[in-house]
Ligand binder design. Sequence first.
Ligand code: GLY
Length: 417
Amino acid sequence: MKKVTIIGSGGREHALAWKFAQTLTWENVFTLPGNSGIPNSHSVNIADFEEIERFCMYNSVEMIFVGPEQPLAAGIVDYFKNKNIKIFGPDRQGAKLEASKIFAKQFMQKYGIATADFQIFNNVNDAKYTAAKKLGDLVIKFDGLAAGKGVFVCSSINEANNALQELEKTYGDNVNFIIEDKIPGDEISIIGFTDGKTIKLLQPSQDHKQLLDGDKGPNTGGMGAYSPIDGISDKLMQKIHDKIVTPTLKGIQAEQFDYKGIIYFGIMVKSGEPYLLEYNVRLGDPETEVLLPALKNNLYEVVDACLSNTLETITFEFEKDYFADIVLVSGGYPKEYQQGYIIHGLDNISEGTLIFHAGTKKEAGMIMTNGGRVLNVVGRGKTLNKALDNAYEEVNKIYFKKMFFREDIGKRKNKHF
Ligand code: GLY
């Protein structure tokens, strides 16, 4: 029997485990460390690759799927290269497309990928003049991994100076970062699988990164997502392929990355033209929670095809319905928040609704909050509105102290497609 181990502990990993379990059954899908909503979760330190290896050998697991970016950036794929366990994800060099913003922008420049102009800095003082010249209308990106907290989208000199100050306070004087031109438009997530020879895309999805309705407030890990997106024309998709996806694949090949994994394009569409904002080298969260329910294919077969360089033989098939995910968070998130509150109402959820746990734990038989992002409630419908109605109807059955969620997921008016 085929067995897979998923690395990670969030809503994305719950959705992955659920999708694998549809064909492998839950007893053959292990998640490390997982969370209280994911059956077959095991408390293993995922920064310790030897411990992961021992776990997989003990349980006769032959495939590892890496959920988050940190283990990829730390070289988990390189570690397992000559071992008897297959692993899905890019090697450390490929993972730099996400782990280093400077590396990623230089890669985009080298391979002619449509993106915003940028400058590289290694101290905050040098950047102040540039920020002032651009009247603060710019984006500042810390070079390294920062769990979404290293990107500052600014609209005034004051905001830019505050962002620079925060960078200095967090990372010290000699911090590496970029300043790039701000591109106004509609942001979409285009996420694909690759075996290094071809890239096959899932359906477009849209995340809602800001905390508050109307896209206000601080950036979070993601407050909700939906898929597919109405209004993305074949012409726009062709441009995304020609200007972003295809040259990226050429770059991956030319740089000889060992890249069998996920490639995520964070794209801004301005007046019908796509620009690449960033790469991620893993599935998006919360995008995964709406993308995987829509995918009809057997996930094990897709991943296995990537690992054996035969992805071109796979044709993705998608459900015709729309999927919408509302993220329930602990009040105070993304800053300070309390946790350990009992979650009520999970017993009343309608059959067919998907609930993917993110920050939960089980204590004395009760499910409690255990993180900033707590639960993902995924609705499905023949239209986006129906999917949203279904999701919000279930959200209203759930309660925990200081629970917070956005009420306008999927309501953004995309004007640039
Ligand atoms: N949803 C954005 C991300 O996963 O980075």
